[in-house]
Design a protein around this ligand. Structure first.
Ligand code: SAM
Length: 309
């Protein structure tokens, strides 16, 4: 397949964000793209170079040749990219070679593994009779449906509320709930969960997956404090956030998506993740990863089960 060199028009205004320190450090690395022979030679060279990747031709080429890069360039907090990378939602497979590289990278696999591991964990621990789950930044409710599939349905009296700001993600969740017969169980609310006035119910359990990844330490602490307000006293959370290991093991993917596309991820060290929970007043019960042997730090994500203090 021959990659197009035409660019797709971009929505203006997304590049004015401050570069995250982790993305800035990655930006100083020389990265090897030389084996991707289908890529124009000048793009391969500029993309790998710490200065060359800032050339506007690289942005135009990558966003013109990758749906994933284009989505994240336009809306870095988007759930839409996940809908393409997660396996069950990808109705029309990613056709462009760059998307296939990105989706099949260790980081694409980590997202699919995160979906599998967390869905099963949630099914086993949070999906129980009479329980209520608040899925904060839950996007299109990607974890609820596989959890019910694993359980063989939703237990009596169980509710899963998706709280998100993105109307498109919520509409997709709503349609899916209708299609699968979960319209009474999976409920959507369009609100900023960080604001105290967004707390209308106190849930038994909270889910916070893929939301802390772009936050600095202070914001992440505030976010976890806000999450507590959505829970009953002693309520529990399952949260997943990106580790620095992701940038270290897969710099090519993050060069394209972060240095070029402008996705300001802030991957953390495992110890920092644990500190954030401690400072925000959570008692960490267990930590695992999306990748075998599932021990803390063995994959790209820290997946944390904690109890509100
Ligand atoms: C990367 S997506 C993750 C979606 C889902 N949790 C998953 O892992 O599949 C992040 C989501 O968080 C939502 N989000 C971020 N901050 C939010 C806030 N303060 N209030 C509500 N939603 C928020 C975004 O709209 C987006 O849908």
């Amino acid at each position: 397949m021959v990659a197009s060199t035409q660019s797709t028009p971009l929505r203006p205004g997304m590049m004015a964000v401050e570069c995250s320190p982790q993305v800035a450090i990655l930006g100083h690395q020389q990265i090897d793209f030389s084996d991707l022979e289908w890529m124009p030679e000048d793009i391969r060279r500029m993309l790998g170079d710490p200065i060359g990747y800032e050339d506007p031709r690289v942005l135009a080429w990558t966003t013109g040749n990758s749906l994933i890069a284009r989505i994240l360039h336009e809306n870095p907090a988007s759930d839409a990219m996940l809908r393409w990378v997660y396996p069950d939602r990808n109705g029309s497979p990613l056709a462009q070679p760059l998307d296939r590289i990105l989706s099949r990278s260790p980081s694409g696999q980590a997202l699919r593994d995160r979906l599998d591991i967390c869905s099963v964990w949630l099914a086993e621990h949070f999906v129980c009779p009479g329980s209520s789950v608040g899925d904060l930044g839950g996007g299109s409710a990607s974890y609820a449906f596989p959890a019910y599939a694993y359980k063989g349905g939703a237990p009596p009296g169980h509710i899963w509320e998706v709280v998100d700001l993105d109307p498109e993600a919520l509409a997709i969740a709503e349609q899916r709930a209708r299609d699968l017969g979960f319209e009474e169980v999976v409920r959507m609310r369009r609100v900023n969960f960080m604001r105290s006035e967004s707390v209308t119910v106190q849930h038994d359990f909270a889910v916070l997956i893929g939301v802390l990844c772009g936050m600095d330490i202070t914001t992440a602490v505030r976010c976890l404090e806000a999450a507590k307000r959505h829970l009953k006293p002693g309520g529990e959370i399952l949260a997943a956030t990106l580790l620095q290991r992701a940038f270290d093991e897969d710099p090519r993917t993050f060069r394209v998506l972060c240095n070029v596309g402008g996705w300001q991820l802030r991957p953390k060290q495992l110890e920092q993740v644990l500190d954030i929970f401690r400072i925000a007043g959570w008692d960490v019960q267990s930590v695992f990863s999306e990748r075998a042997p599932y021990t803390p730090g063995s994959g790209q994500y820290a997946i944390v089960h904690a109890r509100a203090l």
